[in-house]
Design a protein around this ligand. Structure first.
Ligand code: WT7
Length: 646
């Protein structure tokens, strides 16, 4: 291969990896030709109370819409992640915890200790009234107790709903209300980059809005002062002292819910993505082993937050199901300095590192010295997820961080998919910077045009998945019709990802980004409608339209057009106030990067905002605004262009 843009599989990976090119072709082929046989065989990697005899049973057609995997099987997810390892690796480290402040000592938990911690946590939840099927909201910092809480829910069959610790009290309340959680697990405070996050105080603000909420269990993390409401609130350590450290795992049907995780869509409120037990765990575990070529004993670090699906699948469930040593980091990548990630790698001899393009771009900007002064000799494999990685950042990761010796797995997937879907396997697939490369076992990606016509060969279109896979979400909590409508109605018979994608002449997939009204800010999804709703709640705002704009570090930034009420003056102060407003309403990740005051928005005669035009202006691409003749008032465009916020 002479093409400089191709990075061939290194020789030693070809021979040593679990899956080489021939095996990938064979397994992927078989997974599509004989899905029943293939998946029942794969299902043996889990410990079943009752082994399933049926694999996939599904239809994406409206008349007969259903998705089931291994439906006759019974298992417990926590027992798969803990108990079954006790005999063989009870004394092996399961979780390494690296604190925010590097001056503090890391903590380590063996599988045997994890077992006790999770059993105790499970008994605390039971004592607080949690039963199988109840929803438990987890609003926690990145401390080991967060992982214990997830696994404790899984152990007793309660459904966890993790809410990212950066979300506001209102956003938290909305998520508690939507699934009628009876219990919230939180901590006094979180810590990130030396700053405190008032988690318990946020819960106190959210709680009065949540009629279903009965108990708040508070883990002492920082020792910061909090108010405790008698009857409702209890310290975890008080409850834990009163319960046993043995708790039998609840037998669960493979299709019993495991968790809900809220994610933004193109319209409406965030959706509660529901994942079930058997198929999800199989997907998380299989992809973790094969994509990262995970070997027992390796130290593996996924630098995500447990508040996102990446943390669920690749900090907790996948690695622990595989008996791995998983590192959990409390802090942020650039504190106390831009060397921190690499220092953590050296401190714990991390072999596999999985992070996001936005973090890499931010660190790359600080210069290579922060990397060069660390060793990183332990690193063998690098991974990325969350958004398309620009080739420049990819090459920096490969050359500077990995010193040219570590393959990079660029894993494309979504909250909805449970785990990696299009991704290189490091021993099998030559890499092209910026391409997520090839489909994982069982995945049949297709590209379709706007009318749903199948496109073949090298082409570009909308990415759909033509058949179900075990890790697929099963419903939107409380709104099955919305589940069908969102994902299966645009291109009948297929799962629509919301992403645009190019396929090259070698059959490699290149994700081009969202084609709907979702923006990807630092690898996190933000619905434009959510930011708009927050803006119009402000007394001075009459109307708002939000679009994405290119951003050097975040990938996409948030650009908001705001029309003020009559008699309200636009000003710099109001601009700052509105940014702060959205921050408070939703959370820091939703803060608009730019706000343009607009006397009018470009609307069609039927009143529909033409976002295409707003996107172009936000991008600064004002020479190609396209046809504006169908606008009710074409003159608003000139004003928008003239007053663009640079
Ligand atoms: C959206 C899903 C998957 C966990 C993190 C985000 C984008 C994700 C990649 C990648 C290009 C990617 C897509 C997708 N995305 N990974 N490797 N290359 N784009 O999960 O919040 O559900 O967002 O993130 O646009 O649809 P999410």
């Amino acid at each position: 291969m002479t093409d400089a843009s191709i990075y061939p599989v290194p020789a030693e990976w070809k021979t040593k990896a679990k899956v080489d090119a021939a095996r990938y072709a064979q397994l992927h082929g078989r997974s599509l030709a004989d899905p029943g046989g293939f998946w029942l065989e794969q299902a043996r990697r889990l410990d079943w109370i009752k082994r399933p005899e049926i694999a996939g049973d599904w239809s994406f057609d409206e008349k007969d819409f259903h998705i089931n995997w291994f439906a006759d099987g019974k298992l417990n997810v926590a027992a798969n992640c803990i108990d079954r390892h006790l005999a063989t690796r009870g004394d092996q480290t399961a979780i390494i915890w690296e604190p925010d402040d590097p001056a503090e000592q890391p903590r380590r938990y063996t599988y045997a200790q994890l077992h006790k911690e999770v059993c105790r946590f499970a008994n605390v939840l039971k004592a607080a009234g949690a039963k199988k099927g109840d929803r438990v909201t987890i609003y926690m910092p990145m401390i080991p107790e967060a992982a214990f809480a997830l696994l404790a829910c899984a152990r007793i069959g309660a459904i966890h709903s993790v809410v990212f610790g950066g979300f506001s009290p209102d956003a938290l309340a909305g998520r508690i209300q939507d699934c009628d959680s009876t219990i919230v697990v939180t901590a006094d405070e979180g810590r990130r980059g030396g700053k405190k996050v008032p988690l318990k105080a946020n819960v106190d603000q959210a709680a009065p809005l949540c009629p279903s909420l009965e108990k708040v269990v508070v883990v002492r993390a920082t020792g910061g002062g909090v108010d405790m409401e008698p009857g409702r609130d209890a310290w975890y350590h008080d409850l834990a002292g009163m319960v046993a450290d043995e708790c039998p795992p609840e037998p669960m049907g493979a299709e019993d819910p495991l968790f809900i995780l809220y994610t933004s869509g193109s319209t409406g409120k965030p959706k509660g993505v529901l994942h079930t037990s058997g198929g999800y765990l199989l997907w998380a575990s299989l992809t973790h082993e094969i994509v990262f070529d995970y070997r027992p004993g390796q130290i593996y670090w996924c630098a995500a937050d447990i508040g996102w699906v990446t943390g669920h699948s690749y900090i907790v469930y996948g690695p622990l199901a595989n008996g791995a040593t998983t590192l959990m980091y409390e802090g942020v990548p650039n504190w106390p300095s831009a060397s921190r990630i690499w220092e953590v790698v050296d401190r714990h001899q991390v072999e596999i590192l999985y992070t996001a393009p936005t973090a890499l771009r931010a660190l790359m900007k600080e210069g290579d010295d922060f990397v060069a002064k660390t060793s990183r000799k332990s690193l063998k494999l690098l991974g990325t997820v969350g958004e398309p990685i620009n080739p420049e950042a990819w090459r920096w990761y490969h050359e500077v961080v990995g010193e040219g010796r570590c393959p990079i797995v660029d894993t494309w997937w979504q909250t909805e998919t449970g785990g990696a879907m299009i991704t290189p396997l490091p021993g099998a697939v030559d890499l092209k910077p910026g391409s997520a490369t090839k489909p994982f076992f069982g995945i049949e990606p297709q590209l379709v045009d706007g009318e749903g016509h199948l496109l073949s060969g090298a082409t570009e279109g909308n990415l759909v998945i033509a058949r179900s896979w075990p890790g697929q979400m099963r419903t939107v909590w409380g709104d099955h019709a919305r589940f069908f409508q969102t994902y299966f109605s645009t291109y009948p018979g297929k799962y629509f990802t919301g992403d645009g994608c190019r396929r090259d002449e070698d059959g490699y997939y290149w994700i081009t980004g969202r084609v709907d009204d979702v923006i990807n800010v630092s690898g996190h999804r933000m619905g434009t409608a959510e930011v708009e709703s927050a803006l119009v709640l402000h007394g001075k705002v009459a109307e708002a339209a939000v679009v994405g704009m290119p951003h050097d570090i975040k990938g996409q930034g948030i650009y908001a057009y705001v029309t003020l009420n009559a008699n309200c003056e636009a000003s710099e102060d109001l601009r700052s106030e509105l940014k702060q407003w959205v921050r408070t309403e939703i959370g820091p990740i939703a803060t608009p990067d730019a706000i343009q005051f607009a006397p009018g928005l470009p609307k069609t005669r039927s009143g529909k905002i033409m976002r295409r035009i707003l996107r172009k202006i936000a991008e600064g691409d004002v020479s190609s605004l396209g046809d504006t003749s169908t606008l009710a008032d074409p003159s608003v465009v000139d004003d928008l262009v003239a007053n663009r916020v640079a």
